[in-house]
Design a binder for this molecule. Sequence first.
Ligand code: TEU
Ligand code: CA
Length: 553
Amino acid sequence: MKDYKKMTIYQIWPRSFKDSNDDGIGDINGIISKLDYLKDLGIDAIWLSPIYESPNDDYGYDVSDYYSINEEYGTMEDFDNLLKEAKKRNIEIIMDLVANHTSTSHKWFKEALNNPNSKYRDFYFFRQGELPNNWLSFFGNSAWVKNNDEYYLATFNTTQADLNWENPEVRKEVYKIMKYYLDKGVYGFRMDVINTIDKKEGLPSKNPHLKGYQFPDDYIIDGDKVSKYLKEMNKEVLSKYDCLALGEAVLVTPESAIQYTNPKNKELNMTFHFDLALLGCGELGKYDFRKGYKFTIKEFKDITSLWQNSMYDNGGYIGNYLSNHDQKRPIERFGDIKKYYKESAKALAIYNFTLYGTPFIYQGEEIGMTNPKLSYKDWKDPECFNSYNAMKKMLHVPSFIAKKIANFVTRDNARTPVHWSKEKYAGFSNVEPWIHLNPNYKEINVEDNLKDEDSILNFYKKCINLRKEYDSLCYGSYTDIQKDYPYIISYMRNYKDESLLIIINLDKKPREFIFDGKYKFKHLLTNYRPRNLVSNMIFQPFEAHVYKITPIT
Ligand code: TEU
Ligand code: CA
């Protein structure tokens, strides 16, 4: 059995990873050319954001054919080759399974539109007549799209039509896709918005007494039947392979995450949660600026503590991440890029790699890539365009402010090309990339990071190795130390007779930390200088340490 609890997983968003044929778009052969780099970094698996055929309205999360590869990225042969080359290096490939919806260019959807008697009508949600309900989509529109005299449900972009999982034939088709790729040798799936596949019976309006579109929330998230479908999927597909089922469970609660991932329920192996990503956002998500994107370190700590304790204590399991293709680069939010750039990048790495759960790295994070300064002319992301309009219409924000907010939060921030070198176009391509390139590639790039002993990249390698060496980081319990202290996060991880102590100052100011208990200690890792563990310590901004400790008896 492969052990996903011991793995470090690296997310590739293919369009911006590496271009091999000079069209300015990342591709599969580009990924193959960087496998040695990834091997050297020490990762065990790659989660590949979607590479299937797609009109790219949502950059691959709108699939038009699950059995072919987007020709901008290569061919099925290239993909098979990637699998082979990855296997050679002991790297697993995890595919993105986008099965809550298909593109409206998918043949099922086209058939459903063209033929009123088609069985594919029941693959989706079509309703005649009036607007069926008041649901707001994730991207800020009505969740219903009008097409002639009928509507179809699209809870993300208007060209991503929701599949009707109630229909057993839909589920069968999804299982078929999964088997096709598992039989090819992929290790598993990251399942896109998998906890939204059950829509509330009868599709009733949400809070009908309120004016305007309403986010359907529990009417589409973590519905009762999600677990039923996952159990069936497990029985029909997952249980037959040594594979990983990772759910992207949007806005999931700890209770639901435990339900999905506790092995006794036979559903998924792990899930992501959204609470850290949404810190400082208003209740409508990242374009809801009404909280000013402000949060405290104490809130950050409380979220950590809630998830760590509830998962470990109840047999649940999560993937930990700070960064992905849906969030701007987090170093600006949780760290300090001006004064403590390297220190904070490394402190956050220590955090992400010492928690209970499998750590994820998003491309470019390992070299400390930052957010570019974007203008509205640089926008590519459909969520950004739609949300910009929604801010103006629903929240009555003037255009110039809406633009500022969108520049600040758009997913485009995390989707600029990876900086491989100082060369023109950052070694990503030999031509102008498809999306804005962050001009700071001359200061922040892989080439320089590899040369510098003290670089963020080399620190990531140390973090990855630490997990390989200390089982307590992979399997151990989690215990908060000084839970209510508002600046420094500290916790212990225990497994068998091994105990690790982690202390991280998450603040931009020096802070004092009082620690009681007498221990013999071994210093394992720091972003400052190794130091003795004593009861009263002043930590510099973002100073972080990992110790192995044994009680003095
Ligand atoms: O993301 C789901 C999701 O919840 C995000 O869209 C999130 O709501 C948004 O970014 C918050 O502002 C997945 C994919 O990761 C994302 O790239 C897709 O756009 C989305 O599903 C639809 O497939
Ligand atoms: Ca290319």
